[in-house]
Design a protein around this ligand. Structure first.
Ligand SMILES: [Zn+2]
Length: 272
């Protein structure tokens, strides 16, 4: 049994974002159109959405459009036998890719992998938000850089630096990847923000955040604190593994369990 969406959605609002569905979806499997009931945190009962983009199973973590856009929900019921008026329903627009395989090491609040295929940025991104319209980004650089180690001694805005430290302390940097010298982080405050940077010979350059505040913003600083912690952990415990691939990705433990473990009925963990 399905329940119609209980919201008074206005179809005519100034929706400017186009939904882009990934071209290759789910290994060429045929997508079965379905009505899915989705439970969201802090929402009493599940709401029903139309799905024609993903092969969904119970327990999958998904994103929808409409009022609850940006909030991750859990699929709690799926119906294939239905007839609906399409305009009455909002859609499933994103699904967290839970297909994670590889070795993850312990590093404080986070797990750490040196396998570039285990949890690359593109996969991790689906854990945090639905795909967005391809925006064109432009960035410029004056070529300047600063040392990561002595962050606090530099002439940065103290307010942003302190805020960034707070975000970092509260594990707001849920994902961080460093591929050679190119780094990328997903920082959660009111919503996920993506931070890009270059890290070379101990120096940070080309540091950008999508939040449109003056860079470096609090998300940037949070990222740098997390980067510093992770590099320290690698230096102390995993330098051999890191040298092999010159790559690491680190993910908040809780997030990892929510997506990569909780959604699975089978699989195994091998603790050493
Ligand atoms: Zn920012």
């Amino acid at each position: 049994m399905t329940t119609k969406i209980g919201f008074n959605f206005s179809e005519n609002t100034t929706e400017k974002r186009k939904i882009v569905i990934p071209e290759v979806i789910e290994d060429e499997q045929i997508i079965r159109k379905s009505l899915v009931e989705i439970k969201f945190p802090d929402v009493y009962k599940p709401y029903t959405y139309y799905n024609d983009s993903f092969n969904l199973k119970l327990g999958d973590r998904v994103f929808v459009d409409g009022k609850l856009e940006g909030v991750m929900g859990v699929v709690v019921n799926i119906t294939y036998n239905f007839k609906i008026k399409l305009s009455d329903y909002k859609r499933v627009i994103g699904k967290a890719d839970a297909n994670v395989q590889g070795e993850f090491h312990f590093a404080g609040s986070h797990f750490l992998t040196f396998d570039p295929n285990a949890l690359p940025y593109n996969k991790a991104e689906t854990w945090f938000k639905a795909p967005e319209e391809d925006e064109e980004y432009v960035s410029g650089t004056d070529g300047s850089s600063f040392p990561l180690e002595t962050l606090e001694g530099l002439k940065f805005d103290e307010y942003d630096l302190e805020n960034g430290k707070e975000i970092y302390m509260e594990n707001g940097v849920e994902y961080l990847e460093l591929n050679g010298t190119k780094g990328r982080a997903i920082v959660i405050t009111s919503k996920p923000y993506i931070v890009d940077f270059t890290y070379k010979n101990g120096e940070i350059s080309e540091l950008y955040c999508e939040c449109y505040h003056v860079t470096p913003c609090k998300h940037c600083f949070a990222t740098l604190f997390q980067l510093r912690e992770t590099l320290k952990s690698i230096e102390q415990n995993y330098s051999e593994q890191y040298t092999k691939t010159n790559y690491f990705a680190t993910i908040l433990k809780g997030k990892f369990f929510t997506i990569a473990v909780d959604t699975k009925a089978t699989g195994s963990i091998n603790l050493k």
